[in-house]
Design a protein around this ligand. Sequence first.
Ligand code: PLP
Length: 367
Amino acid sequence: MSTSTLARRAIAETCAHDTADDLPELARALRSGLTGTSDIVAEYEAALARLYDIPHVIAVSSGAASVNAALAGLDFATGDEVILAPTCPICTVLPILALGLVPVFCDVAPDSFGLDHDDLLRCIGPRTCAVIEVPMWGYPVRSDLSWELLRRRGIPLIQDLAHCHLTRLNGSWLARIGDICCFSTHDCKFMSTGEGGFVMTRDRKRAERIRAYTRFGNLSGETVGINLKLGGLQAALGLARSRQLETHLAARLRNRRRLLAALDNPAFRELPIPDQGEANGYALMLQAVAHDGRQLVRYQMERGIPSDIGKYDNQPLFQLPMLARYRRDCPNAASLLRSLTTVPLHPDLSEDDLDYIARTLNDYTPL
Ligand SMILES: *Cc1c(COP(=O)(O)O)cnc(C)c1O
């Protein structure tokens, strides 16, 4: 069937996250405490610690706050360098600048959002204080290999997993790799508390330092900190919704399997996933074969199928005026971003939505 006979649908970009537990947990927070130091925040942190089997969790007010707090858990001097790929959102870079640190843009491996290890070795210098891996749209990267390389050199690895709740690598959570990991629970992410985020680490000392930073240095007057705490109402939502994460994951993976089974257009393929990894269905990433993927982005958006790549116009970050001075040659990053589009997989998509997406994409012919 050709597209002309397909009735156009407007596909929702994201889903409602509400669960039956939301109201009872919100009511409990209203009765017992709204501040960032209330018991419900500690309960939420404990639930996340159990889920990921990582002992220390610090709930914070946003994903950007989680990156800021993670960096504050490290030793550095103003002007020290943080290595990351230019394919990440600017949200990961701005906290680096805010702390007086310098971003160093490292190329990604071919057809991956993971760092290219040859280029990573070129980027590492005497002022490197951290490396951040930013796997995008739920697709795992080989951050285990980056960690191995960095550990030998005593450089901490942070993972910004804003897109990667429940993404897997090597039979476990991707989140269990690296020294510190960061998450966002903004409403458009895999798990939502409206605004929010959290930081996780296995290192107790580092966790204490990060927590203190998010609470004005515990008001001790000994260390610097600001207020990045998550409020009680957001934590109540997080607690309610953390119980639904496995169900939410299963629905997304079902949609992913269904779409992949229905797609048969050789003009694109799914972004490759490392053999040892499993994506979380945050979005389906399609890569245009032998043509410019921006054509595919335009095509789907004209037909009511949202694409994050179209929405955010993703380019290597040093194309932005304020980051131009940090430009480095990153050929893989530039060609990766030009080749990609995303397709929603969230649990609110109906079977008709999925059929429409599959048929529309199967009808695509690059010019
Ligand atoms: C969304 C996002 C952030 C910022 O999260 P907020 O909760 O919006 O502050 C940081 N890093 C990545 C990779 C993101 O996708």
